[in-house]
Design a protein around this ligand. Structure first.
Ligand code: SAM
Length: 245
C-alpha cells in the first residue's frame, strides 16, 4: 500500500522492477557463481568466450561491462581480449565486490576498475568507450530503451554494443524440453543452493518473457544503432547481439 492509500500492483511474472532485481541479486551474490556453473553445466564459460570474440577487441580498446555481477565476463574480457581498460559496473555492490576480488588476482596488463552504476543511467561521458558489453543483464532492466539510449551515447562512433542473453530456441521440441528444464530444475537447484527459490522463479519467468532475437534487433535499430546482427549459441538458448553505433 502506498502513502496515498492506493494499492501497488504486484509486478507481472518475469517483469523486472528495480527493487525486485536488487533484492534478488544482493541475496544470491554468494552462491551466484556456483549456481551458474551447475545450472548451465559449465557451458556459460564457452558462451562468454564466444562473446569476447565477437567484441573484436584491440589492445587500445576501452571497454565498459554493464550489469557485470561477479565479474565473469569482465575477467574473460581481460584474459582473452586484453584491451587497455575495462570499467566493470553493476548496481548491486555485493555482486561487484566478488568481481573485485577476482580482479585482485589478475596479472595481465588490462586496467580493471569497478563502479556501482545503473545500466539505465550511466555516469560516463559521451563517446567514452569503444565497446560496451552486457551478459545476462538486459533481461533484468525495467527500461531497456533507456539502456540502449545510454549505451549509444557513451559509445564512440563505430563502437560495438555486445549483448549476451537468454533467447528463444528455434526448434520447437527442443524449446519445450528447455522450458521444462527452466520451470523445474532451475528453481530446485537455486532453492537448494540458497535456501530461497522465489528469486529463481523470477529468473525463469524473465527468461520466458524476454523478446525474440528479431524483436530485440528491431529495438536496437530503433535506438539508433546502424547495424545489428545476432549469433545463436547452443540452439538459441542464448544469443549474442552485436549492435554497431
Ligand atoms: C544474471 S546477473 C549477470 C552477471 C554477469 N554479467 C554474468 O554474466 O554472470 C545480472 C546482474 O545484473 C545486475 N543488474 C540488474 N539490473 C541492473 C541495472 N539496472 N543496472 C546495473 N546492474 C543491474 C544485477 O545486479 C546482477 O548482478
Amino acid at each position: 500500500m502506498s502513502d496515498n492509500g492506493s494499492v501497488t500492483p504486484e509486478p507481472a511474472p518475469g517483469q523486472p522492477t528495480t527493487d525486485r532485481v536488487k533484492g534478488i541479486f544482493s541475496a544470491i551474490a554468494p552462491s551466484y557463481d556456483r549456481f551458474n556453473r551447475l545450472s548451465s553445466l559449465g557451458i556459460d564459460r564457452w558462451w562468454r568466450r564466444k562473446t569476447v570474440r565477437l567484441a573484436q577487441l584491440r589492445p587500445k580498446s576501452r571497454v565498459l561491462d554493464l550489469a557485470a555481477g561477479t565479474g565473469d565476463l569482465t575477467m574473460a574480457i581481460a584474459r582473452q581480449g586484453e584491451p587497455a581498460s575495462i570499467m566493470s559496473t553493476d548496481f548491486v555492490p555485493e555482486m561487484l565486490e566478488i568481481g573485485r576480488q577476482k580482479a585482485a588476482l589478475f596479472e595481465g596488463t588490462t586496467r580493471i576498475e569497478f563502479e556501482v552504476a545503473d545500466a539505465q543511467d550511466l555516469p560516463f561521458g559521451d563517446d567514452e568507450f569503444d565497446v560496451v558489453t552486457i551478459a545476462f543483464g538486459v533481461r533484468n532492466l525495467p527500461d531497456r530503451a533507456a539502456n540502449f539510449r545510454e549505451v549509444h551515447r557513451v559509445l564512440r562512433s563505430g563502437g560495438r554494443y555486445v549483448i549476451l542473453e537468454f533467447s528463444r530456441p528455434r526448434l520447437k521440441p527442443f524449446r519445450a524440453l528447455y522450458h521444462f528444464y527452466l520451470r523445474t530444475v532451475i528453481p530446485f537447484l537455486g532453492g537448494m543452493l540458497t535456501g530461497d527459490r522465489s528469486g529463481f522463479d523470477y529468473l525463469n519467468e524473465s527468461i520466458l518473457a524476454f523478446p525474440s532475437q528479431v524483436t530485440l534487433s528491431a529495438e536496437l535499430h530503433k535506438a539508433g544503432f546502424s547495424s545489428v546482427e545476432w549469433h545463436d549459441l547452443t540452439f538459441g538458448i542464448v544469443a549474442v547481439h552485436v549492435a554497431v553505433k
